[in-house]
Ligand binder design. Sequence first.
Ligand SMILES: NC(=O)c1ccc[n+]([C@@H]2O[C@H](COP(=O)([O-])OP(=O)(O)OC[C@H]3O[C@@H](n4cnc5c(N)ncnc54)[C@H](O)[C@@H]3O)[C@@H](O)[C@H]2O)c1
Length: 263
Amino acid sequence: MNSHTRVSVIGYGSIGRIVADRLFAGALPGVEIVGIVDNGRVPNAPVPQVDLHKALEISDVLVECAGQAAVFDHAETILGAGRDLVVSSAGALSNPDFVSRLRAHPGRMLCTTGAVGGLDLLGAASDAAPFDSVTVQTTKLPGSLVQHWMSEEQSAEILVAESALTVFEGGAVEAARLFPRSLNVATAVAFAVSDRDLVQVKLIADPAATLTRHEVTARGPVGNYHFTIENLPSPENPRTSAIVPFAVLRTLGVLLGRHGVIG
Ligand SMILES: NC(=O)c1ccc[n+]([C@@H]2O[C@H](COP(=O)([O-])OP(=O)(O)OC[C@H]3O[C@@H](n4cnc5c(N)ncnc54)[C@H](O)[C@@H]3O)[C@@H](O)[C@H]2O)c1
């Protein structure tokens, strides 16, 4: 990788704004932010808003902070043009055929750890021997879990719940499809353990959840692991945890060799 790397950010919302602004402020030495790609108009961005075509022309790396649709629509074009891609919307990578197509292109793709951690340990343990069971239990504020496909009744039940209510129980692939903006963590764990079908997900709406909680439990031949992660929701978007833009910046740093995996 060049000592000078040009980056464009796709999506200037609660994650992308912090990523872009921090890069503009020099968060990663040798990395220059050159463009913002967004569906909507972004009047106060630190660098020009450009379309994807222009972003490919002027950038070495694109950082997706826009949602699963942006990954479906743009990832092949980006990687096919030999540009690298950092993905925030890990849930878009639940389809193995899609991922195989992406891997055939020359650009490199790295998924951020986002709102979760411990993935290196889970990955190492699963390399040693497949896990017997992996579960992810996520608890969020009810308002952030209502989806457009829900009936009015189901949405109302979630919104008026006075105590914790289970909204979904099932596999990680289904979780990413039904809750595209809320369960990227489940896909990230599924990637780490290299088994999308093994990971079972439980999603709980809790009106008392001031913090978004992820409990990851994995049991296997080389060990048992249990992590509890409690993240403050982003003030701009309660579906997203405030840590995520900083995880994205770290992933970009790792991709560019600016950070090691440790330190
Ligand atoms: N990996 C994780 O742990 C994790 C955690 C939270 C969110 N995410 C992912 O990050 C995404 C962004 O989160 P956010 O809180 O910043 O959302 P947001 O709604 O605040 O911002 C999204 C921005 O992207 C733009 N956008 C949407 N679709 C686009 C497209 N196809 N092309 C270009 N721009 C587009 C929107 O106009 C908006 O400005 C989420 O949808 C989710 O998939 C990942």
